[in-house]
Write a new protein. Structure first.
Lengths: 271, 382, 273
């Protein structure tokens, strides 16, 4: 059993080991080790396009996950009181949003938006007297955040709803009986109970958005997210710079994960 | 002439070039020592470096181009000279570039289309007529009209010549008794035989379909349904024997996974330079001759930087460095005047006349023809 | 609830309607879309049969391969691993998931390419074995990419399992295999069902792994779709392929959920954590 687990961990970590190893390559090739150096880390960090792609990914992932978490939690709470056809319709939309592949969402968003812009942009030109200064709609942050948020929001609704279902309802009733306002009850009783679900949903939403390639590939317009940058670097011919970027993302996420874990453990110990 | 400039040997030249590339000497020193500064100024190319540095062109320029097609050092020196960093995006076919431009929002400032696509880009209103006053390094008289001509549509210059080349094949002769494959018949046959699992073809309808058509002796540009059906049958028969369908085949050829590749001149030159056992040959039956261009898409977000970059890359001294790097011949007589006689006689870059005469330029119709597009898509998804 | 509804309508319902409408249209003269009404695109779907077949074969195989590799690991983590190491080992399962799948697949291009494992095999006298650009390479990439998604739900369901049941079974003299088959396995079924569905849904729309490890030779529907939009520029036919893919998924996933609900105790949520 233990040996088996070891084998699986080897399978998981040998490729990652290779990525990290070659990130320290002194040579230019991504497949032949020619001495060790940290030059590619310096190159990656001083490459404006890498830094900007990272910023874009961060902005998109943060915005879309925050919006998705807020709206998703609101929807999950509101859905408690909804029954019948409305409920069935909403469930169907969540179901479809989770199930339709990202590639179809990406393509659908692309052609819908391009078609819409083709109609709206000439109208904008008419409204604004001069064609030069008329604002023109295009793909970019807006479409990225909206498309990522769709999937993220569905995730949040599902997770938070599962948490609500497992919640102890008598506490809410008790709180109301003791004269607490509905908002007070929400803040002091409901929220603490569903909070782990909200946090889990937000984390998943962030990870999904930060790592997504295929939706961004279609709807990013001229913006470059980190996965898009990595993809075009691989096409350009890989240098250890890409390995360095991958290793850094890995190290940062590992730190975040361990920090989050220890915070949660401390929180658990307190309560 | 000063005593430093009148003679420089080939080895010394290469040495200086390497030093310049590494950045250990300045460009001024390099041009002075090699006599290129003199040559370029005599030939009338203006080194507008100061002019570029003064004009504010922004901090970036985005270019869409092909695999293994630019010397990164030239982008670095452009950044040093102008402050604009170059973001290079690589594509494997003209169709892919067209698809991106049609969907809009590419963010590209410059891209590299091939001769046969330019009329379509003009018709679709996707590229702008170039403001030639911003490209002083372009001297129309210095360019071979055979290669630079397609850039002019309805009397307006929409694209300026980057380089030209052929589409042939690269054989790793170590695996074929030191013999290179020399015809498209042999290319497709050996792939289904001794080279099974070792051949790559382009992810590009024009050349992959075109060279399958050559197997039957049809025109490279055929859109005849019956001829295309023959080509499709051949491609489907060959598919299980292919190593990959990719336009970036250098890595597979270099590490020995692939032994035979449908190949462009420059990749053939780069492979042969580093691994002499890999030989570049043209198909006896013919195939493609092409020329590539720099063009500016409508709505380029960094238009000034786009022009500055094109002008920079057309500076004969820079263009010479580029051609030495990518291994495609250029159509600019000013650059050729600086190249060594050995280089100008290189059979990879400048094939024998009888081989060259059999080649065809791509036809505009192949870009938009729905049958060829769908044939390629079926071949890939089969 | 209003913002969520608006979001769903604007970003899901309307775009899907546009795709549906486009699927009846025609390719423009230079590519793109022109309005029309015909079923030609749907009648032509047979031209992508190979891609659908590949997907319908490799997605289930990939899911099952993931399951068989993930289950023993999840079991080890939930039941056998010492409490001290459990959290650490769990984190180690997720960590690879946090590196871009692009970069991880790139590592496999190297490992499966001529200078990697085939080189080792050749040295062992096994002759030339091509791994990269084969369905096998794509399966390796799939298992590698989606293993954590399978391990987690199974781990969660095994963790919830009351360990006293196992002790009781062994105290009563049940052989370990019997205990596993009659107690552990049935109780972990909800996790298995969730994990399989997650992986299967993602695989049905997969593009990146076949694109990177298949060398243009192993095509999923996702690859055929991307090709139609970024190479042959046939938006109308591409929309028809997208509609067909969504329909195939709706049917298979709904059927799968009906079938699994029986042994997953009627839970209709997807438990991810």
């Amino acid at each position: 059993m233990r040996l088996y687990a070891l084998a699986v961990y080897l399978f998981l970590y040998v490729p990652i080991g290779i990525i990290v190893l070659f990130s320290f390559n002194a040579g230019k090739a991504a497949s032949q080790l020619q001495g060790l150096s940290v030059q590619w880390y310096g190159k990656a960090l001083s490459n404006t396009f890498v830094v900007e792609a990272f910023q874009t990914s961060l902005i998109v992932a943060l915005t879309s996950s925050v919006l998705a978490t807020v709206f998703g939690t609101m929807a999950a709470l509101a859905l408690q009181g909804v029954k019948g056809k409305t409920r069935a319709l909403f469930d169907a939309m969540i179901y479809i949003a989770v199930m339709v592949p990202g590639i179809v969402i990406g393509i659908a968003t692309l052609i819908a938006m391009v078609t819409l812009f083709d109609v709206l942009n000439p109208m904008l030109k008419l409204i604004f007297a001069s064609a030069e200064t008329a604002p023109q709609l295009g793909l970019g942050y807006g479409s990225l955040i909206a498309a990522h948020g769709l999937f993220s929001m569905s995730l949040v609704i599902i997770i938070v709803r599962a948490r609500i279902a497992g919640m102890d309802r008598s506490l809410i009733e008790a709180s109301a009986d003791l004269g607490a306002t509905p908002f007070g009850t929400f803040r002091q009783v409901t929220l603490p109970q569903i909070f782990p679900g909200i946090l889990a949903g937000a984390l998943l939403a962030f990870t999904f958005s930060f790592d997504d390639f295929i939706i961004a590939f279609f709807v990013a317009g001229s913006n470059t997210t980190l996965p898009i940058y990595v993809f075009s670097s691989i096409r350009r011919g890989v240098t250890p710079e890409i390995n360095a970027i991958g290793s850094m993302v890995l190290a940062v996420s590992l730190c975040l994960l361990i920090t989050a874990q220890s915070i949660l453990r401390r929180g658990a110990a307190k309560s | 002439m000063s005593d430093r400039n009148d003679f420089i040997s080939r080895t010394k030249f290469m040495e200086e070039l390497m030093r310049y590339k590494k950045g250990s000497v300045s460009r001024r020193h390099f041009l002075g020592v090699t006599g290129l500064g003199l040559a370029t100024s005599v030939l009338g190319a203006t080194l507008s470096r100061q002019a570029m540095a003064q004009a504010n062109i922004g901090d970036r320029v985005v270019i869409a181009s092909w695999p293994n097609y630019h010397d990164p050092a030239d982008f670095e020196s452009f950044k040093a000279a102008t402050g604009a960093a170059v973001d290079l995006n690589v594509f494997g076919s003209n169709e892919e570039m067209l698809a991106k431009l049609q969907a809009g929002g590419t963010g590209w400032d410059v891209f590299v289309p091939t001769n046969y696509t330019i009329t379509t880009y003009v018709e679709l209103g996707l590229i702008e007529p170039l403001d030639m006053s911003k490209i002083p390094n372009y001297d129309a008289n210095a360019f071979d009209p055979r290669f630079a001509g397609p850039g002019t549509v309805d009397g307006k210059i929409y694209a300026v010549s980057k380089d030209w080349g052929t589409t042939g094949m690269a054989t790793n002769t170590a695996n074929n008794n030191s013999k290179a494959v020399t015809s498209w018949k042999e290319f497709w046959d050996i792939t289904q035989g001794a080279f099974s699992g070792r051949t790559t073809v382009h992810d590009y309808q024009l050349t992959t379909i075109g060279n399958a058509l050559k197997y039957f002796g049809y025109s490279f540009n055929s859109v005849d349904p019956k001829e295309l059906a023959d080509a499709e049958k051949l491609l489907l028969d060959v598919k299980p024997h292919l190593f990959a369908i990719t336009s970036d085949y250098q890595p597979a050829m270099r590490n020995g996974d692939a032994w035979l590749a449908m190949c462009w001149t420059g990749d053939g030159k780069q492979l042969n330079r580093d691994m002499p056992e890999i030989e570049y040959t043209l198909g006896k039956e013919g195939g493609e001759i092409w020329s590539d261009f720099y063009a500016v898409p409508i709505g380029a977000p960094h238009r000034d930087a786009a022009y500055a970059l094109i002008n920079y890359l057309l500076d004969p001294a820079i263009n010479m460095k580029e051609t030495l790097f990518h291994g495609q011949p250029v159509a600019d007589a000013r650059v050729n005047a600086m190249l060594t006689p050995e280089r100008l006689a290189d059979p990879i870059l400048y094939p024998a006349a009888e081989l060259l005469n059999a080649l065809e330029f791509g036809a505009a119709e192949t870009l938009t023809n729905p049958d060829r597009a769908e044939l390629m898509a079926r071949f890939k998804s089969a | 609830m209003f913002p969520a509804t608006a979001w769903f309508v604007a970003m899901l319902v309307l775009p899907l309607i546009v795709v549906f409408v486009f699927s009846f249209g025609e390719r423009g003269p230079a590519g793109g879309y022109v309005p029309a009404f015909s079923f030609a695109n749907f009648l032509n779907l047979g031209a992508r049969w190979a891609a659908f077949k590949n997907t319908m074969v490799l997605a289930p195989i990939g899911t099952i391969a993931c399951l068989f590799i993930a289950y023993p690991l999840a079991y080890f983590l939930a039941v056998r691993a010492s409490a001290k190491w459990q959290t650490m080992l769990l984190i180690l399962v997720i960590v690879p998931f946090w590196t871009s799948i692009l970069i991880r697949s790139y590592a496999w291009i190297f490992l499966l390419g001529g200078k990697g494992l085939p080189n080792v095999f050749a040295a062992l006298g096994l002759g030339h074995i091509q791994l990269i650009n084969t369905p096998f390479a794509v399966l390796v990439g799939i298992v590698y990419g989606y293993l954590p998604l399978m391990v987690f739900p199974i781990y969660v369901s095994l963790e919830r399992l009351d360990k006293r049941l196992l002790e009781a079974a062994s105290d009563l003299g049940a052989p370990p295999l019997n205990t596993f088959l009659s107690v552990t396995l049935p109780l972990s079924m909800p996790g298995v069902a969730t994990g399989c569905m997650l992986v299967f849904i993602l695989l049905m729309g997969e593009f990146l792994i076949p694109a990177m490890l298949g060398g243009g030779k192993v095509f999923f529907v996702g690859n055929a779709l991307v090709d139609l939009f970024v190479q042959s520029r046939n938006w109308a036919f591409g929309s028809a392929v997208a509609v067909a893919l969504v329909l195939v998924m709706l049917v298979t996933v709904t059927a799968y959920m009906r079938f699994t609900r029986r042994w997953s105790g009627g839970r209709d949520d997807i438990s991810l954590m």
